[in-house]
Design a protein around this ligand. Sequence first.
Ligand code: M6R
Length: 354
Amino acid sequence: EKGGFEHYMLKEINEQPEVVRACLRAYSDPPRFRNQLIFDSTTDSLTLTACGTSYHAAEVGKFIIEELTGIPVRLEIASEIRHRPTIIKTAKAIGLSQSGETADVLTSLKRMKEAGIETIALTNVFQSSISRIADDTIYIPAGPEVAVAATKTFVAQIIALIKLALAHQSVDRTMRDQINLELERIPHKIQQILDNRHLIKQATSLVAAADQVFFIAKGVNVPIALEGALKAKEIAYINAEGFCAGELKHGPFALLSPSSTVIAIIAGDENQASITASVREIQARKSKVVCITRENDSTFNDSTDNILRIPSTHRLLSPILNAVVVQLLAYYTAEARGCPIDFPRNLAKSVTVE
Ligand code: M6R
């Protein structure tokens, strides 16, 4: 049932190349996808609402939709909306929920609908509660996800949001072609990461032994820093936090010590110089740093820095590859610490109460 893997989580992480292919097939008909959905000329604003890992997918989506289409995207943590007196109106709202049953997301989407916003569900479960509430539904073809930690559905949600953004008429044609071409290569690149997972496993000794772990990133990868920290907390019971790299010196720096480990996600984009400077400052404070960077990045030195090299891709797609790395980091850390990986304490797969 676990396909020869020790845990559902590892099985589901390993299914990601196939899940990306399934998404690309499902969303390969842009006119139909566009009509069924979202972005027509009347869509001048959008809200994304979700919880937990789905919220991190929404954060990646916001960055990409805003960059590609210029449409402003509001992000709402679903559990916060419930008690807010005012709903800010946007043309459309998407509720992201793997299970389609998360109570806070259902309530959030209901409130948006009552406020006159056209609502869309993005879910992995056919005919789940969220699809009965929303005006329209987009399914992600990820297949059943058993482990409490969401992995393959996170990547599928990101692909769906990228494809939505690309379907908008305002996207620059060359940019669209480049991203579409690079999307086709993503399954193979994920497979390369999976094939080298023993290297990620080796790096986890620095994470498993640390008193505290920080994930830092910039730009479109900031949500992956948050997601890496969520996964480390959720399945490895590690005291982990994610930050925008530039925010470290506005407070969290005070926590750094020789017993902390920082995971730096370096995407080779416009932020390269800035995040490299952050890494050097952290090293100067004697904390350990693990850099997740691209195979051809010459900024870091393989003999003096701890480096995990992964394939290069389009900078807007880099969160997908980095997500797989932080999932594996959390998985092997949890394994090293003897945690019950698939069913962590105090957590349920879907949170159907508020
Ligand atoms: O089913 P949903 O996507 O609505 O679930 C939302 C969160 O409860 C979920 O993503 C949670 O954060 C995961 N267990 C994280 O791995």
